[in-house]
Design a protein around this ligand. Structure first.
Ligand code: F6P
Length: 319
């Protein structure tokens, strides 16, 4: 292989830059040229790219987001769009592609693989909803962001005898909510994977209020409902005054944690080594601390299943 491409696609996350830098430097170290496509598949379709040298990826490791930028491309979802992408890769002489992104992006990578493009995927999504990796890139940084915010909110909640419903991201996954509930000692986590019993929630909060506790924190995964609706449903039954905080995109940014810097560096290196060794149509992942590699067609049809266990733990510890 003489030239490879790299792109970041879908929702950005911290650690993507570490993966880009590592993949680029690994390839260059093998004498392989690297092009970076801007704004994910959209850049691939437009031919919006940059030739990457080792200096281009200097000074990005500690920065959140992705310096290649990211996007969700409607055109790439179409057969015509994908055929165009394959043609562009051929015209550019790009013989392999590293796709850094979440489940939609990995589905796109699988489509390209099926059209004959050697592709390696790197799981990157704060939702941590991608199977065959214990952690996706960006999850650890997002959790650190969330717990910082929740700790701050607890301070003001306790000054005012208030209950807060704090909405976190995660799309259909409750991972961020369950883990942040455990890590902040929240009273309750509401996640899409487990039906929420509002009466039970109100009883627990009411009891807490009557015991004279100074605050209550409920972490709500966005896929399980809207924070304002939950707050409206419980406010008359729990004693505490209620307030709502939606953490939003704050969760996705910021300097990557050590964990995400190391994970991105390991993933980027492994993806390129695998590609150059002739592997294709696979995703690198983290399995029990080691780098693993799984066929994309297996990854995209598999569900990550640990959320309800984490939820149970968060409920036990929050009481
Ligand atoms: O998939 C990552 C994610 O941050 C989800 O948690 C969230 O629902 C979504 O992306 C937000 O997407 P956008 O940045 O397009 O608003």
């Amino acid at each position: 292989m003489k030239k490879i491409g790299i792109l970041t696609s879908g929702g950005d996350c911290s650690g993507m830059n570490a993966a880009i830098r590592s993949a680029t430097r690994t390839a260059l170290g093998h004498g392989v040229q690297v092009v970076g496509f801007r704004k994910g598949y959209a850049g691939l379709l437009k031919g919006d790219l940059l030739e990457m040298t080792t200096r281009d990826v200097a000074g990005i490791l500690h920065r959140g987001g992705t310096f290649l930028q990211s996007a969700r491309s409607e055109e790439f979802r179409t057969v015509l769009g994908r055929e165009k992408a394959v043609r562009h890769l051929q015209d550019l002489g790009v013989e392999g592609l590293v796709v850094i992104g979440g489940d939609g992006s990995l589905n796109g990578a699988l489509a390209l693989h099926r059209m004959g493009v050697p592709v390696m995927g790197i799981p990157a999504s704060i939702d941590n909803d991608i199977a065959f990796t214990d952690m996706a890139l960006g999850v650890d940084t997002a959790l650190n962001n969330i717990i910082y915010a929740v700790d701050c909110i607890k301070d003001t909640a306790s000054s005012h005898d208030r209950a807060f419903v704090i909405e976190v991201m995660g799309r259909n996954s409750g991972y961020l909510a369950s883990m942040s509930a455990i890590a902040t000692g929240a009273e309750y986590a509401i996640i899409p994977e487990v039906e929420c019993d509002i009466a039970d929630l109100c009883n627990q909060l009411r009891q807490r209020y009557e015991e004279g506790r100074s605050n209550a924190i409920i972490i709500l995964a966005e896929g399980a409902g809207r924070a304002q609706n939950i707050a409206d449903n419980i406010k008359d039954a729990i004693g505490f005054e209620t307030r709502v905080t939606v953490l939003g995109h704050y969760q996705r940014g910021g300097a990557p944690s050590v964990f995400d810097r190391l994970l991105g560096s390991r993933f980027g290196h492994a993806a390129v080594e695998q590609l150059l060794a002739g592997e294709k149509g696979k995703m690198v992942g983290l399995c029990c601390g080691e780098i693993c590699c799984t066929a994309l067609e297996t990854v995209v049809v598999s569900e990550k299943t640990q959320q309800d266990q984490l939820h149970d733990l968060s409920m036990i510890l929050g009481i």
